[in-house]
Design a protein around this ligand. Structure first.
Ligand SMILES: *Cc1c(COP(=O)(O)O)cnc(C)c1O
Length: 419
């Protein structure tokens, strides 16, 4: 069951917070610090190290984990300086098993499915619609558990690396002549008719794992709350997951205030931005236009109602970034040692705009969530440095200098660059 039978709304996992209050806030923090990245199964995982807050009922030998989470909170010192920010951080969620934050939710979902199968549930296959990263994560975790996986992908709208990942893991890969929203409609119907078990983030099990990113950010800042969290978003499940983690921490006294949330959308796929800037409480589905930020090219976000709640509670804002703005931000960040995926670049471009506008102050502590590894998006990087991204002036491009194997010409090239 994925929706409320009465109102059709999405379901939430409810935790017994009274029972969780048996442990004090200080004791929770100590416990999570003790478990952080240990080798004792399964606690070294950023998700299962917090299992009591996530999914307490799964047995150790049923957990399907690849030590997801525990990713670097990168101090973006030089990048932040460029914006006039002293306290700027990037949470590198892409430094994970399959290269994106989707691992955080998938470990929970696949573990619960494995437990249910052991208890007698019949599942032909676990399935998802994907813009590339959900399918990569599902295929990896499914393969680790020995469970069959089907992925529905919009043909030609994901990176080569993302397409190869589920192929390598043996999933049934269906490339459909549509966009993500079209794939989503078909997979929802497959799930409703009982053909497959649904692994998209409308399934609240994913949210439970993904919410640990909020806990981990606060933990890595020595249990201090940042002033802002910037999050590139598409289907909007992760925005709600972030809020959900913050809410639980606040209920249990681990934090006593919330950060503000900035949801970052690509201008070419901006249904939430449109709704909020027109003062609407509902997202009107659009056909998302092409963007290099392919993982958030979504026009009809399933978790939109959840995102409004996150925005209300976290005094949030929604901002958008054009293709030019996101490419510029990626180039700037990469020049300071990051290797940004285009979605992270949407987050950084939005951060830059909010700083320029004074919404984010120079003294604010800001965390931008990096959702995937730049290494999955080689086409984007090559396109930028070749100057071939449509409609984008690649002023920061750095093409290779091709030379014969001639000592003098090599010296000349060095002199020309660093004279
Ligand atoms: C899935 C994904 C997003 C968007 O997350 P939503 O929960 O759909 O809003 C952003 N960036 C990357 C790289 C993703 O894979």
């Amino acid at each position: 069951m994925y929706r409320c039978p009465h109102c059709g709304g999405l379901l939430d996992v409810a935790h017994d917070t009274d029972a969780l209050r048996d442990r004090s806030a200080a004791a929770w923090m100590r416990l999570f610090d003790e478990r952080y990245r240990v080798t004792t199964w399964p606690y070294g995982s950023g998700v299962w190290g917090k299992r009591e807050w996530v999914m307490p009922g799964v047995d150790d030998d049923t957990v399907v984990s690849m030590y997801e989470g525990g990713t670097n909170l990168f101090w973006a010192e030089r990048y932040g300086q460029g914006l006039g920010l002293r306290d700027c951080w990037v949470k590198l969620c892409g430094n994970s098993h399959s290269g994106s934050f989707k691992d955080l939710g998938m470990t929970v979902l696949v573990s619960v499915v494995r437990q249910a199968i052991r208890e007698g549930l019949k599942v032909k296959a676990i399935a998802c619609a994907s813009t590339g990263d959900t399918s990569a994560a599902l295929a990896a975790y499914g393969a680790a558990a020995g469970l069959p996986v089907v992925v529905l992908l919009p043909r030609g709208k994901i990176s080569t690396a993302q397409l190869v990942q589920p192929l390598a893991h043996g999933a049934l890969v269906l490339g459909l002549d549509t966009d993500f929203d079209g794939c989503m409609k078909i997979v929802q119907r497959l799930a409703e008719e009982g053909t497959v078990y649904l692994a998209n983030s409308m399934n609240p099990l994913r949210i439970e794992g993904q919410k640990t990113v909020a806990v981990e950010i606060v933990q890595q800042l020595d249990w201090q709350v940042p002033d802002w969290i910037v999050l590139p978003s598409g289907n909007l499940g992760n925005a709600y997951a972030l809020y959900s983690g913050l809410e639980l921490m606040r209920e249990l006294g681990v934090i006593d205030r919330y950060p503000r949330l900035a949801i970052a959308q690509a201008e070419n796929a901006n249904p939430l931005y449109r709704a909020v800037s027109q003062g609407r409480r509902e997202v009107e589905p659009i056909v998302a236009q092409a963007t290099v930020a392919t993982a958030i090219q979504i026009g009809d976000p399933v978790s939109a109602p959840r995102a409004f709640r996150a925005l209300d509670e976290l005094n949030g804002v929604v901002e958008q970034a054009s293709e030019q703005e996101l490419c510029d931000a990626a180039a700037r960040a990469d020049r300071t040692g990051m290797y940004t995926c285009p979605h992270t670049a949407v987050g950084l471009a939005v951060l830059e705009k909010l700083v320029a506008r004074g919404t984010i102050q120079p003294s604010d502590r800001v965390v931008c969530v990096s959702t995937a590894s730049g290494l999955k998006f080689t086409e984007f990087k090559v396109g930028y440095h070749e100057g071939s991204v449509p409609g984008v002036d690649a002023s920061g491009r750095n093409p290779p200098v091709m030379l014969p194997a001639d000592y003098g010409q090599v010296v000349d090239a060095i002199q020309a660059r660093f004279a």
